[in-house]
Design a protein around this ligand. Structure first.
Ligand code: ATP
Length: 378
């Protein structure tokens, strides 16, 4: 049976049915509709004002590739300028190849590109060093959580470096729905209360951030890349298979098979969730060490780095066994032996008002990270 005619231009043959509506469209009408929807998201949410200098978090993957391409198309209408910012997390055999993809995109689209590296920003720590440090501590599955926190900080630093006024990331509707599911599964009411918004207005000293693809499904992002013939890096990070997010993703796929609107329903339900004021996190302050936005005495990045530098990654993140000895901190060298030192929790973030969380037991550790500001990338 021949393909139906495009329901928009009524001239070309349809090349796809939109997953969200079933509408039959040709490739070029689909791309125009996709771009118009992103434009609407940006304008309706007042996300990027005219004159904004926008740092695009560029990973080389499909989402940020599509985001950069769409924003480049829309830039004249929005009156914004773009600057790609890529973060080199120091993941051997993975990020190097992705950065090559970003570099060639920047050259092809004539966009300025700045690369910032964890190793330079975080006292020599790369993700490979973090993974080595957490291996054997039972925390190796937390790599994505460490990386999410540090990447958020690195992106902020990179954006400041290039004089950006705003940061955008390529999180799509599926990413957002996974995050909502994860927050439900963890019972994280505080983050659910603010998880649905399109971005943050830039509380305190942080730059405003937003996710213009938040209502675009992953399938449509891939279709857009296909019809616009965009080249991107598509391998999965070597640490991703360990992440909790994978379980939320599997669950979401099954929900979507039963109910195609499940992804957008979750995104919208997060927007509409109105939680009791008591469940909302307190207004953020500033980190006592670096001055960044923080919900506690230390910001997440400083708390995590503190744990790593002391050879105690499990005290800064997730749940683990009790550590009772009190020994001095390590030198801060990523190559230090983590097993050689164990001490009290250094996160200084106890919810119950104590300066230190104490013995690093389950309650304290869960308080340190699970109730604070993890990025949706974890
Ligand atoms: N190394 C990086 N450098 C700069 N920005 C990044 C980096 N990694 C992720 N981001 C930003 O965070 C967004 C979400 O990243 P995530 O790791 O969840 O990957 P993703 O959903 O597969 O996105 P992508 O397809 O763009 O890699 C990306 O779209 C990008 O904007």
């Amino acid at each position: 049976m021949p393909a139906p005619t495009c329901s928009s231009c009524h001239a070309a043959r349809a090349a796809l049915r939109r997953p969200r509506s079933g509408q039959a469209l040709c490739g070029s009408c689909f791309c125009a509709t996709f771009e118009a929807e992103v434009l609407h998201t940006v304008l309706a949410g007042h996300l990027l004002p005219p004159g904004a200098v926008v740092a695009v978090g560029a990973s080389g993957g499909k989402d940020s590739t599509v985001l950069a391409h769409v924003l480049r198309e829309l830039a004249p209408r929005l009156g914004i300028t773009l600057h790609l910012v890529a973060v080199d997390e120091g993941i051997g055999g993975y990020r190097d190849a992705a950065l090559e993809a970003v570099s060639s995109q920047a050259a092809r689209w004539e966009l300025p590109l700045t690369i910032v590296a964890y190793a330079d920003l975080f006292g020599g720590w790369t993700m490979d060093a973090v993974a080595r440090s957490t291996a054997g501590s039972g925390r190796s599955r937390s790599c994505c959580t460490f990386c999410g926190v540090l990447r958020r900080r690195a992106l902020e630093e990179g954006a400041r470096l290039v004089g950006a006024s705003h940061i955008v990331t390529g999180h799509n509707a599926d990413d957002m729905a996974e995050t909502v599911l994860m927050n439900f599964l963890r019972g994280d009411a505080g983050r659910l209360a603010r998880g649905g918004v399109l971005g943050s207005a830039g509380e305190g000293c942080a730059l405003p951030r937003c996710r213009p693809l938040q209502f675009a499904s992953q399938k449509e992002v891939v279709l857009y890349a296909h019809f616009r013939r965009l080249r991107y890096f598509s391998e999965e990070c070597v640490y991703a298979p360990e992440a909790f997010r994978g379980h939320a993703r599997d669950l979401l796929k099954r929900l979507e098979a039963a109910r195609p609107s499940a992804v957008l329903d979750l995104v919208h339900s997060a927007e509409r969730l109105a939680l009791a004021p008591a469940a909302r996190p307190p207004p953020p302050g500033t980190c006592s060490r670096c001055g960044a936005l923080a919900s506690h005495t230390l910001c997440q990045a400083c708390a995590l780095l503190d744990g790593l530098n002391r050879g105690l990654p499990r005290l800064a993140i997730g749940k683990g066994r009790r550590v009772l000895e009190d020994k001095p901190p390590l030198s801060g060298n990523p190559s230090s032996d983590p097993a050689a030192s164990q001490g009290p929790c250094t996160c200084e973030q106890s919810r119950d008002g104590a300066t230190l969380c104490g013995d690093g037991g389950d309650r304290a550790e869960a308080t340190c990270v699970l109730q604070s500001d993890l990025s949706p990338t974890e």
